[in-house]
Ligand binder design. Structure first.
Ligand code: SF4
Length: 432
């Protein structure tokens, strides 16, 4: 079956393994070993997949420049799902990334028909204030799509490389889809690539932490970035089986190719439209020369963006979390006592009677309260393992568990909302 992921329809994707097979997302398991202090979402397999995260671990482990970027559509209440992405951004910022957060107001305007004023109000008062309260540092960049000249200019450039068939194949756009919706897809590609512009330090690995429903943006952007680059590097083999690189371009001026052939150390040969490189033993240093020449000749040089994919929490009542059903989610700005009551009414993986629970044990895999612990309320792995084991062996009862989750939710929201008050006074420390 051909699976289509639509970022605007908030699909609940049950079978994540399909993403590996059908879209080439790699399992995250191997990456965790490369990270000294992985985030709990990584060690708990909540982040389950990636594209090219090896570039990010290489940058983190060898003190090389890298970026983290993600965006939020300002269309409603900030909830625990947004908090997950924010925590991932902040974690990468703490590991040394130059961090970018885009408020996707162009998308909200184009796709949801929201006024610019409302986008701005929700962007600041829901998302940005919580982002700061959660620990985003002022050396990062927070911006609105509609106010970033770099993003708008790059979106225009990228749109010259995107066509309707491609957008339609990725997003399922039809003849009824309005052009602004298409432009907002390209604008998100500009969001993702703009940390690599010269004014932000040039080409570098950039990770985009997202839910798996956002993968279409990543695929589109990787393709567009590749098309924008002045040169394409291809691995080749001659008749004798000797390997070499061929650097090709249709668009580069002859002088750019000449410059390239002179600057690459070792044996090179210049042809019309391409340079062959016969002794590049270090791909990274070859890339660096290529990128330098691309930039000097006014071209673009983008490293394909990396990405991580996290699982979604289910709704508190089971099924999907939905912004139109307030009982299904916890908002970071809602009244803490009311939120605690929602947790107490949440669907658990408990049995019908206490007797059965003691005999059969509960089912934490089907329990939204356990998910609250796993994703947000328990930092200590040992405590989490204890909850799991006690649930499974029938020594833990749902009433006690829900009371604990409710109490922690209330405490977290109270503290977060106090930090939000402090964040409001710190807004001008950030380059908005
Ligand atoms: Fe969920 Fe706790 Fe009940 Fe287990 S005991 S099913 S973890 S609420």
């Amino acid at each position: 079956m051909n699976m289509k992921i639509d970022p605007w329809s908030a699909l609940n994707i049950d079978d994540y393994s399909k993403l590996f097979d059908e879209f080439g997302i790699q399992p995250f398991d191997d990456m965790v070993r490369e990270i000294e202090n992985p985030h709990k979402f990584m060690s708990r397999k909540i982040i389950f997949g990636h594209r090219n995260y090896d570039r990010i671990t290489d940058a983190m482990n060898n003190n090389k420049p890298f970026s983290v970027m993600s965006g939020f559509m300002p269309s409603g209440k900030i909830h625990l799902g947004h908090k997950m992405v924010m925590e991932e951004i902040i974690w990468h910022q703490q590991q040394g990334a130059d961090a970018f957060v885009g408020i996707a107001d162009r998308e909200a305007h184009a796709v949801r028909g929201m006024s610019w004023e409302r986008c701005s109000d929700i962007g600041i008062n829901e998302y940005i204030i919580s982002l700061i309260a959660l620990g985003f540092e002022p050396n990062g960049h927070i911006y609105f799509q509609s106010k970033s000249e770099q993003v708008k200019d790059l979106a225009f450039e990228l749109s010259s490389k995107a066509n309707y068939s491609e957008l339609s194949a990725i997003y399922g756009f039809t003849g009824e889809t309005n052009v602004a919706h298409m432009l907002s897809a390209v604008t998100q590609s500009a969001d993702i690539l703009h940390p690599q512009l010269e004014e932000y330090g040039g080409p570098k690995p950039t990770v985009i932490p997202v839910g798996s429903d956002q993968d279409p943006h990543i695929r589109l952007t990787r393709g567009l970035g590749h098309k924008m680059n002045m040169f394409k590097i291809e691995g080749r083999e001659d008749k004798e089986g000797n390997k070499y690189f061929s650097i090709r371009s249709k668009a580069a001026p002859e002088e750019a190719l000449k410059e390239l052939s002179q600057r690459i150390p070792g044996k090179t040969k210049l042809f019309e439209g391409h340079v062959d490189v016969f002794s590049a033993d270090n791909f990274e240093s070859l890339m660096k020369v290529v990128q330098d020449v691309e930039l000097e000749f006014g071209g673009y040089a983008f490293v394909p963006p990396s990405s991580t994919y996290h699982r979604f929490m289910s709704g508190l009542q089971g099924g999907k979390m939905s912004s139109s059903v307030p009982e299904s989610y916890i908002s970071l700005t809602e009244e803490p006592k009311g939120a605690a009551k929602k947790v107490k009414r949440a669907k658990t993986g408990g049995r019908i009677t206490l007797e059965e629970q003691k005999k059969l044990g509960g089912e934490p895999e089907k329990c939204s309260v356990y998910e609250m612990f796993l994703f947000h309320l328990v930092d200590d792995d040992e405590e989490l393992a204890q909850i799991y084991t006690e649930c499974r062996d029938g020594t833990r009862m749902c009433g006690h568990c829900k009371a604990l989750a409710a109490e922690r939710t209330e405490k977290f929201l109270k503290e977060h909302q106090e930090l939000r008050e402090v964040a409001k006074d710190r807004l001008d420390e950030y380059r908005l």
